[in-house]
Design a protein around this ligand. Sequence first.
Ligand SMILES: NC(=O)c1ccc[n+]([C@@H]2O[C@H](COP(=O)([O-])OP(=O)(O)OC[C@H]3O[C@@H](n4cnc5c(N)ncnc54)[C@H](O)[C@@H]3O)[C@@H](O)[C@H]2O)c1
Length: 274
Amino acid sequence: MNGERKVAIVTGGASGIGLAICHELIRQNVYVIISDINRLDGIKIEKDLNKVNECCRYVYMDVTDFHNTSTVIKEIYQEFGRLDYLINNAGIAMYGELFDMTIDDWKEITDVNLWGVIHGTQVGYAIMKEQGFGHIVNTASAAGLGPSPVSSAYSATKHAVVGLTTSLHYEAEEFGIKVSVLCPTFVDTPIFDRAKAININKILMKEQLKKQKMMDPQKLAQMTLDSVHKNKVIICPMPMRRTMDVFFTLFPSAHRSLMRLVCKISRKNRLENV
Ligand SMILES: NC(=O)c1ccc[n+]([C@@H]2O[C@H](COP(=O)([O-])OP(=O)(O)OC[C@H]3O[C@@H](n4cnc5c(N)ncnc54)[C@H](O)[C@@H]3O)[C@@H](O)[C@H]2O)c1
């Protein structure tokens, strides 16, 4: 039993945004379960963070595996007697034209980005309903709020996560459960190096993306938890988001022109075009 101390599970917690959220939760005195498929980094992070205070534990969890996800979350709940936060954050990126993709590519990305979130939510929600409280935060992306040419599969999974989470937000209210979706834009994490590039020159794609102003993951984590504490439905820390929304609502053709440009530039990175 953990008594009064809050408990969080963060999936994909061994890197990037997930790790930054773990740091921020620990700073707020939450006991954190860092779950990830990356055992090497997870164990090292656990060791480093526990040097000063017992504040976290690494557990292996593959979000694509429902049995594994369910067992881990249930065991943590049984041991600690509470689950305050479940951050379904694990995700992968994939670039490529739809006609270059195979059905296995689709399965690979939906398994992690969509089914991974569904698995966690399904188990965590039932536990939170039983205990009568808790907050689920699902990481989507700004690519879940609008088009993302030459990353259609990524965008599709993230739109699904936004739909799932914003709908559940209202279903869950009656049971004292809070549900939010995080929609970051460009955050400085290893996701760009790890991304799967299908018939795309990954180095060029990365260079192009890195031209965007990248947000510091720790800053994003702070802003995220501030918004979580305010129970915001959509957490979108993109600077200028509101101004852009107003601008593109007033001038939709400007948005279409921008998307055509994004498509054209990204397409130049196809292997036969470079
Ligand atoms: N970095 C960005 O610019 C950005 C922007 C928008 C949304 N996001 C989203 O934020 C989330 C975190 O991304 P990040 O940038 O920190 O990436 P990252 O690559 O730094 O971290 C992702 C983590 O997820 C883990 N992971 C991958 N597959 C897994 C699986 N099957 N089970 C458990 N863990 C798994 C990886 O091992 C890694 O530790 C993702 O969902 C991503 O789509 C990132």
